[in-house]
Ligand binder design. Structure first.
Ligand code: ZN
Ligand code: ZN
Length: 565
């Protein structure tokens, strides 16, 4: 990739290079992935209507309860049994009632709960009050009835005399009441308004899930039944019931649909034993002739109905479709992900290893080691390049490394490196020479030969990474081979290489020896490592390095050597 540090990137296009495998198995995997993704995309576009722009609902609810109930004492009409609630879209229907009439501000005995029962004045504490009290204790203990004494309280007297809801419920006939729910909805994005009452609405209808699913008049008993509850049981303690109105509107002309779906469920927890159901108290006040205030306390149990409206509308939008398909295109990369993982899995899992899969793996993955941490060495008597990854604790020669890569073409590369006399016969001849070199024993050993040297031509070196011989085992030095002379040292050859790069290079110039020396190092690396990729981290054996240095010496005689990091 061209680095975008210059204007160059404005005039260029960078593209990824891909590898094509001729493999029926991978092709099948690819097409299975593509077909699965296509089905998924098609399904979501059509069934989930992902081609539509969506909008959320805005709604208003108005309810009207109708019906008349009769109890032993009186008739109850709409004004009495329905109480408007504070919450939006809620209404409350009384189903059970405890009335305490004609209460006045007086002193009277407390209702006999455990804490209020007393035997003497000592049990009652003046000014005491708790959450179950009806008033504030006066400190006296008085008769509640013939058998029980309770603490006297300052309260609305007489205090409420019942603690549990009457069974059966007083207003259980409210089961037959009906409620009309008017629901107006609006989708602001599409400026579309509709209501749940159809234009040809028949006022005499009653909602039925099958026969009349759009009728907005609901019988309370039917609502409870649809929520899997028994009205007579629920009426005793009360409950909270949700009426769900779900609008799922398709505003496309060709598939227009926009009508409500009703659902019912109980919202409070009927299994709870503390404060079950739904109840509250209120009072009606009036003045007596003497100006004193009197009230009727009413504790009501009933069912609160919460109307919950939700839904969305969708309409075809070209940009929505394009955006969705664009986001789905990335899923087609799934095939590459699956197949790449399959290839890498097969290379490390012994059960499915095969030469073909290993070949594919090698073609697909190129191992790049961090060049700052490794050194590459090549021995004349070993057919592969060795990589040393660890920190040197002894001489480089004695450090064990791993096989990095074998170079079967190592010697044939010499053909490309050579600039003259390159015919097949001579190459074969040279290969023969190399083989002989690999087997030959050294003629003799120098007296100042370092301990790590196996060829007898290396020189002592202080730095561990410079303590490297051209051989692993005892034998003839590579520098004594005619090939070394011809491929690495040959002045003509090196000069040709330099001129190949710079045709008008002054070969009699000052620093030409440095250029020839560096060129010889490169020639050696190319010859022995087969590639220039590793150039920076390859270590040239001591014998070869000195042979080259001696042939093309530096003026001041100080050499940099291999740079460690
Ligand atoms: Zn040596
Ligand atoms: Zn050597």
């Amino acid at each position: 990739m061209v680095a975008c540090g210059s204007l160059e990137c404005l005039r260029t296009y960078d593209s990824s290079k891909v590898i094509r495998f001729w493999s029926l198995k991978y092709a099948c995997m690819k097409w299975i992935c593509h077909i699965c993704v296509s089905i998924y995309v098609g399904y979501t576009v059509i069934i989930d209507k992902r081609y539509q722009e969506k909008d959320n609902i805005i709604s208003s609810v108005h309810t009207k309860v109708k019906g008349v109930a009769q109890t032993d004492e009186r008739i109850w009409d709409t004004a009495e049994y329905t109480i408007p609630m504070q919450a939006i879209g809620s209404f409350f229907v009384i189903t059970n009632i405890i009335m305490t009439e004609n209460q006045l501000q007086r002193r009277c005995p407390e209702y006999p709960v455990a804490k209020a029962i007393c035997s003497s004045y000592k049990s009652c504490k003046k000014g005491s009050v708790d959450h179950q009290s009806n008033g504030i204790q006066t400190g006296r203990c008085v008769d509640y009835n013939a058998t029980i004494k309770t603490c006297e309280v300052m309260a609305w007297c007489p205090v409420e005399s019942k603690k549990t809801a009457p069974v059966p419920a007083v207003l259980k006939s409210s089961e037959d009441f009906t409620v009309l729910i008017k629901n107006n909805i609006h989708f602001p994005k599409f400026n579309y308004t509709i209501q749940n009452i159809p234009p040809n609405f028949n006022t005499s209808c009653t909602f039925n899930k099958i026969t009349s699913p759009l009728c907005p008049v609901f019988r309370l008993g039917d609502i409870l039944l649809a929520a899997n509850e028994n009205f007579s049981e629920v009426a005793v303690e009360g409950a909270i019931i949700g009426i769900e109105i779900n609008w799922d509107c398709n505003l496309d002309k060709w598939f227009y649909h926009c009508s409500p779906k009703y659902g019912f469920r109980r919202l409070d927890d009927k299994t709870t034993s503390q404060y079950p159901g739904f109840n509250f108290r209120f009072a009606k006040y009036h003045k007596l002739n003497n100006g004193e205030e009197q009230r009727t306390l009413i504790k009501v149990y009933g069912i609160r109905f919460d109307v919950l409206v939700f839904g969305t509308a969708g309409r075809f939008d070209f940009f929505e479709l394009v955006t969705y398909i664009g986001s789905m295109i990335s899923y087609f990369g799934l095939a590459a992900f699956v197949i790449d993982h399959y290839i890498s899995l097969c290379s490390c899992c012994s059960c499915c290893k095969s030469p073909v899969k290993e070949y594919h793996f090698r073609k697909k993955y190129e191992t790049v080691l961090n060049p700052r941490q490794v050194m590459y060495v090549s021995y004349v008597d070993e057919p592969h390049v060795t990589v040393i990854k660890k920190h040197l604790k002894t001489s480089l020669q004695c450090t064990k490394g791993d096989v990095f890569e074998s170079h079967p073409e190592k010697f044939s590369d010499a053909v490309n490196c050579r600039t003259k006399d390159s015919d097949k016969d001579s190459v074969m001849e040279e290969l023969g020479e190399m083989r002989t070199l690999q087997q030959r024993r050294p003629n003799g050993s120098s007296s100042d030969r370092p301990a790590w040297c196996c060829c007898g031509k290396c020189r002592p070196a202080d730095k561990r990474h410079e303590q490297l011989c051209c051989r692993r085992k005892e034998g003839e030095c590579i520098t004594t081979s005619p090939l070394f002379e011809r491929l690495v040292l040959s002045r003509d050859n090196l000069q040709d290489t330099l001129l190949y790069k710079e045709p008008f290079l002054d070969l009699n110039g000052e620093n030409v020896n440095d250029k020839l020396r560096h060129c010889a190092f490169k020639k050696y690396i190319h010859w022995r490592f087969g590639s220039f990729d590793l150039e920076d981290r390859t270590v040239i054996p001591s014998c070869c390095r000195w042979k080259i240095r001696d042939t093309y010496p530096k003026v001041n005689g100080t050499y940099t050597g291999f740079k460690t990091i």
